[in-house]
Design a protein around this ligand. Structure first.
Ligand code: ZN
Length: 373
């Protein structure tokens, strides 16, 4: 019997180049109107006991070739519990080939670059949080394809906190993080939430890029635009998703901001800041560094040794949200990066970095913010 492979569903992405019995050669479709590709999500229909061998080729040309060595593919039988599979990478074969091997335990197996966060789950989350007491829902605008840019607001304090995720749609751990943050903030028994809601007004955008999310993109919107390079000059044609969020930020002001992402290559959780902005204030930088130190003390899933190099004084790229918000508002603004691989300081060989750990990291970030304010 021959397996079949299909990706015609929400956030699906795979190209079937050939199938031979229980082995397949596959490749990843580029984001629309761009050369980025890395996200995959597909299902295999097979027989129980099949020794599956799935080879994804051409990955040397992917957005982050360094993401593949040491990476293990995510899989699920019920689309709820995701675990890692036996995976190897050969940079020399087939233009860079990721080979996934697994003996099927059920007739349908789903595979993905990371546990997907579907648009259906997004709508369930937004609707359920919007119902909670003290929460205000706002649609800030629409994406190029007309999907709402949803924003949930809560809290009675003066400190304006913006949390926003999935500018890069393939970084699905970012929306799992947001789900964790929203669960904590809407838990009436949670002491950090109760304290934060007195001090802050939260503005939370769970998904900045719904079009790219549906389409199974890694990094861009419908127009092939990387939204995190649009913050100095967003336009209605290229980046309405950024234009509407930045417009709402201009109305509220921004004191603290977290832009939530996943990193393909680095096996750790880390922060990136705004060191190179032209109008850097010492106390602004001190607060960022203090947050980083406190977060490292609060959770062993966060560290400060690995990360991106800081930009030189005055050399920050202001097209990125974190630097733009730090410059524009004097905000303590940061990008949090979670791994596609795992936190190598505290690895979990079964699940790797996971939805559950993304959600618990959000809890630690909010507890830390409460300590800081
Ligand atoms: Zn990203």
């Amino acid at each position: 019997m021959t397996i079949t492979i299909n990706a015609a569903f929400d956030s699906g992405n795979i190209v079937v180049d050939s199938i031979d019995g229980t082995a397949a050669r596959l490749s990843i479709r580029k984001d629309r109107e761009s050369d980025f590709f890395q996200w995959f999500h597909f299902r295999v229909a097979c027989a129980v006991g099949d020794a599956l061998e799935l080879a994804i080729t051409g990955l040397d040309a992917s957005a982050y070739p360094d993401g593949w060595p040491g990476y293990a593919a995510c899989a699920s039988y019920d689309r709820d519990y995701w675990f890692r599979l036996d995976t190897s990478y050969d940079a020399k074969a087939g233009g860079g080939t990721l080979t996934i091997r697994h003996t099927a335990e059920s007739p349908i197996l789903y595979l993905a670059y990371f546990a997907p966060f579907s648009m259906e789950r997004h709508h369930d989350l937004v609707a359920s949080v919007a119902e909670c007491e003290g929460v205000t829902y706002r649609s800030l605008g629409t994406s190029i394809e007309g999907q709402p840019i949803d924003c949930l607001e809560m809290g009675s304090g003066d400190t304006q906190v913006w949390l926003y995720a999935r500018q890069h749609p393939g970084e699905s751990m970012a929306e799992w993080w947001i789900e964790g943050a929203l669960e904590k903030l809407t838990d009436p028994a949670d002491p950090h939430a109760r304290s934060l809601l007195k001090k802050c007004r939260f503005h939370i955008v769970p998904n900045m890029n719904p079009d790219g999310s549906c389409r199974g993109h890694l990094r861009t919107n419908f127009a092939g635009v990387n939204l995190n390079r649009e913050w100095d000059n967003p336009t209605a044609e290229r980046s309405p998703e950024v234009l509407c969020v930045l417009g709402a930020m201009d109305e509220s002001g921004v004191d603290w901001a977290m832009d939530v992402h996943g990193d393909e290559a680095i096996p750790a959780v880390f922060l990136a800041g705004f060191e190179g902005i032209p109008s850097l204030k010492p106390e602004q930088l001190d607060q960022y560094k203090a947050f980083q130190t406190a977060l490292a003390a609060n959770t062993p899933d966060f560290q400060v040794a690995l990360g991106y190099s800081e930009s030189a004084p005055g050399k920050a790229n202001l097209s990125m949200s974190t630097t733009q918000l730090a410059e524009r508002f004097g905000a303590v603004s940061m990008t949090i990066e979670m791994p596609f691989k795992d936190n190598d300081d505290l690895p979990d060989p079964v699940a790797g970095w996971s939805p559950e750990r993304s959600k618990l990291l959000a809890h630690a970030c909010l507890a830390t913010l409460d300590q800081m304010l």
